[in-house]
Design a protein around this ligand. Structure first.
Ligand code: SAM
Ligand code: SF4
Length: 331
């Protein structure tokens, strides 16, 4: 079965935010005090999440990504991974994490059926890591990356938000890391999202900066197929590299025409676009599979042609959906 949106784009990918809580406080994601946390009762239970996964899988969803907030802070996550991995039709089960808790959970996650991880890492400098995450320990994130490689949660991808004046001086260091280790770094453009002051306007830098910097350093980027299948990143190799470089530019060169994703927020709303306000709660139809599948189709039917950020950049005034931070919707 195939699932298409109103524009005829095929949808086979569901991203599920299982919590808005986190053990870090990244500057681009939340304010100093974190976010106002949703109460446990208002978050979908694993049983409820499974109803959405099963209904979606019957319609053609074959890839699932668990995200948040930090998914590894939610209790009994291994159980959820085990249940999702057992759903017929689910071929790819991935997780986005800050990686700091992976040394504790990677082995159990792999055994439960998790295929791979994306780990967020914006710097290779321990002091800067603490500043960006406000409280994180660089050594823990690095250990998380090593553990993910060790337990074969591959391809291991790193998510790196490029920030002018913060980590733009480290591009070559990241390229060197890709030469030495089988890691796939995906540079992401800084998005203006959430209602806290993130210094977006002073730190945004288009990803053409990466291409120029690599070329200048004698490490030109050569296009290659994406490791681990399709997605919004353009993928490149560098001379002598064990891993690859991905560029995800939601702003300067958006990828809406190939978007294949649907989102389920921690509070239980289906969202067809990260940067659009429309969403529909699943709770009223959770006990009626046909109605739930109808809701999935309805939400996709209303998916915009492109996100507001791509359309005119004025989302903050006219698109309240963008005012909710990434940790709430699920990055
Ligand atoms: N806690 C996990 C982590 O950090 O990987 C998963 C959730 S986090 C919200 C998912 C991704 O969103 C991270 O890679 C993070 O870098 C990215 N992100 C958060 N806020 C962002 C922003 N304002 N612009 C670009 N990416 C952002
Ligand atoms: Fe937490 Fe991830 Fe947001 Fe950083 S980006 S504060 S790790 S949810």
């Amino acid at each position: 079965m195939t699932l298409k949106d109103g524009q005829g784009r095929m949808h086979d990918y569901l991203r599920i935010s299982i919590t808005d809580r986190c053990n870090l406080r990244c500057v681009y994601c939340m304010g100093d005090d974190g976010i106002e946390q949703t109460s446990h009762d208002a978050i979908l239970s694993y049983e409820e999440i499974m109803k959405v996964v099963s209904a979606g899988a019957e319609l053609g969803i074959s890839k699932i990504r668990i995200t948040g907030g930090e998914p590894l802070v939610r209790k009994d996550l291994i159980e959820l991974i085990r249940m999702i991995a057992a759903v017929p039709g689910i071929k790819d089960l991935a997780m986005t994490t800050n990686g700091t808790l992976l040394p504790r959970y990677a082995e159990a996650l792999k055994n439960a059926g998790l295929n791979r991880v994306n780990i967020s890492l914006d710097t290779l400098n321990a002091d800067k890591y603490r500043q960006i995450t406000r409280c994180g320990k660089f050594e823990e994130a690095m250990k998380g990356i090593e553990t993910a490689l060790h337990y074969n949660l591959r391809p291991v991808k790193l998510n790196t938000v490029l920030m002018k004046g913060v980590n733009d001086d480290e591009v070559i260091d990241f390229l060197q890391l890709v030469r030495e280790k089988p890691l796939h770094i995906r540079f992401i453009e800084y998005m203006q999202i959430g209602d806290h002051d993130q210094g977006y306007s002073s730190h945004y830098l288009p990803l053409s900066f990466i291409e120029k910097t690599a070329k200048k350093a004698g490490l030109p980027l050569t296009p290659v197929p994406l490791p681990g299948g399709a997605g919004p990143a353009e993928s490149y190799s560098i001379p002598g590299g064990k891993g690859t470089i991905g560029l995800i530019h939601p702003i300067s060169k958006h990828f809406c025409d190939t978007c294949n994703r649907l989102r389920l927020t921690a509070e239980g709303s289906l969202k067809a676009c990260l940067y659009w306000q429309d969403e529909k709660p699943v709770q009223p139809v959770l006990d009626d599979k046909k109605a739930l599948q109808g809701l999935i189709r309805e939400v996709l039917g209303g998916k915009p042609v492109e996100h507001q950020m791509a359309a005119d950049g004025s989302c903050r005034t006219i698109n309240p959906g963008a005012m909710r931070g990434m940790s709430k919707t699920g990055g």
